[in-house]
Design a protein around this ligand. Structure first.
Ligand code: FAD
Length: 386
């Protein structure tokens, strides 16, 4: 008989570590964290570290589909997630920067959408602003939507190390190869070995590994290959950035979040451009570096902010596989028909922010049986077929 735990958390990225950290603070102590910690498998460590409130795409994307009330609840949840993560970074000394969250608008249909989004957001009590037709000979933007001061960057490696240091639970360095439900608990088989542990409750915080353990998620949590790069800046940032109020710490996005970036001291981050991948990267289990995307992102940044060509130098970049649910809403909560298994994934490009709060909500569900701030629409129950 293998060791027994109250809670087994599979995955030690932001979701798993945040769940463990919050569980311990809620008094749950007999926890096991399982992760082989293979270099390259952890998307949190591979990401560039932007965190932000609201959502990557505009408010109208979810208000059209789910109505304004649900869209506002989702927006509020993301804003709360940003505030919680920022507060954690401030208290624990995780290096971070914070400034504006901006949408750069360069097409007429985006402008129309931003008008609608700003009007709907204002009606729901948020305070967005739309600045139009900024007159500048070099500026490619015809407007900018400011969603407030909830944009930021933090160091993902320091965030994970800080969480890890303050968790007492041991990390069992094994891949979980299968789950077996028993009346007395859940058996987790470790690797290929004939080695099991048992837990009352299991948290699936293992990103792409979730679909392998629970095949019901295969068609729900869709992998999408992506990449990002860091450009160091020589000389001053162009005046256009000040005009758009894109200061250090800002997060910006364009074309429905298909391109995104952030501002660091003397550097810019840029990512996305997946539309240049075969099938937009959808369904890819691994990601590869595409030079045409890197060049495309460099041109976008240069043109968007009117950089002189010699000012931007590529410093580094990264590739990764994000998980996007088929209905574009994160999946956070207990499994339908099996409340002893909880899941959190599919954060639509906001894994740091939503993963931290997602872990907190799972911890509350386990310790208290409820998580007030978690919008019910995010629970996996919406995915059941009957
Ligand atoms: C190119 C790119 C850029 C991104 N940029 C950002 C960004 O700037 N900001 C942002 O918020 N989000 C960003 N994201 C999304 C973000 O990286 C993810 O949403 C987030 O890291 C997911 O965290 P997680 O804890 O759920 O998964 P992970 O961090 O991947 O952790 C899962 C862990 O589970 C382990 N695991 C998997 N299967 C098993 C198993 N069977 N048994 C045991 N362990 C297992 C893995 O080893 C891994 O360590 C980006 C994504 C990509 C692809």
């Amino acid at each position: 008989m293998g060791k027994r735990f109250d809670v087994a958390i599979i995955g030690a990225g932001i979701t798993g570590l945040a769940t463990a950290w919050h569980l311990e603070r809620l008094g749950v102590k007999k926890i096991a964290l399982l992760d082989p910690l293979t270099i390259g498998a952890n998307e949190t460590l591979a990401c560039p570290g932007l965190f932000f409130g609201g959502s990557l795409d505009n408010f109208t994307r979810s208000s059209h589909r789910h109505g304004k009330e649900i869209a506002a609840a989702l927006w509020r949840f993301a804003d709360e997630s940003f505030d919680l993560l920022l507060s954690f970074a401030e208290k624990t000394g995780v290096p971070h920067l914070v400034y504006n969250r901006l949408r750069l608008i360069s097409e007429t249909d985006e402008l129309n959408e931003a008008r609608q989004a700003v009007s709907q957001l204002s009606a729901c009590g948020f305070t967005p602003q739309l600045s139009l037709a900024i007159p500048h000979p070099h500026l490619s933007s015809m407007g900018v939507q400011r969603d407030g001061g909830r944009g930021g960057w933090l160091a993902p490696d320091k965030l994970l190390a800080t969480l890890r240091r303050s968790i007492a639970a041991p990390t069992i360095r094994h891949e979980v190869s299968s789950l077996r439900l028993k009346r007395s608990g859940i058996a987790l088989q470790l690797g290929d070995e004939n080695h099991e542990i048992h837990a009352e409750i299991v948290v699936l915080a293992c990103h792409g590994g979730i679909s392998k353990l629970l095949p019901v998620f295969r068609e729900v949590l869709v992998p999408v290959a992506s990449q990002w790069l860091k450009l160091s800046v020589t000389g001053d940032f162009p005046a256009t950035m000040a005009e758009l109020d894109v200061g250090v710490g800002s997060v910006f996005s364009a074309t429905h979040g298909n391109r995104w970036g952030g501002v660091l001291p003397r550097a810019l981050l840029a990512g996305g451009g997946n539309y240049l991948r075969p099938l937009a990267g959808i369904g890819q289990l691994t990601s590869c570096w595409q030079e045409n995307i890197a060049v495309h992102l460099e041109h976008w940044i240069a043109e968007q902010f009117a950089f002189k060509p010699e000012q931007l130098v590529r410093e580094l970049g990264g590739v990764g596989v994000d998980i996007r649910p088929w209905d574009e809403l994160p999946v956070i909560g207990p499994m339908f028909a099996e409340g002893r298994i909880l899941v959190a994934s599919g954060y639509m490009g906001q894994g740091l922010t939503l993963g931290f709060n997602g872990g907190r909500c799972l911890a509350q569900l386990i310790a208290w049986g409820e998580a007030h701030s978690l919008p019910r629409i995010l629970w996996p129950e919406r995915l059941r077929s009957s």
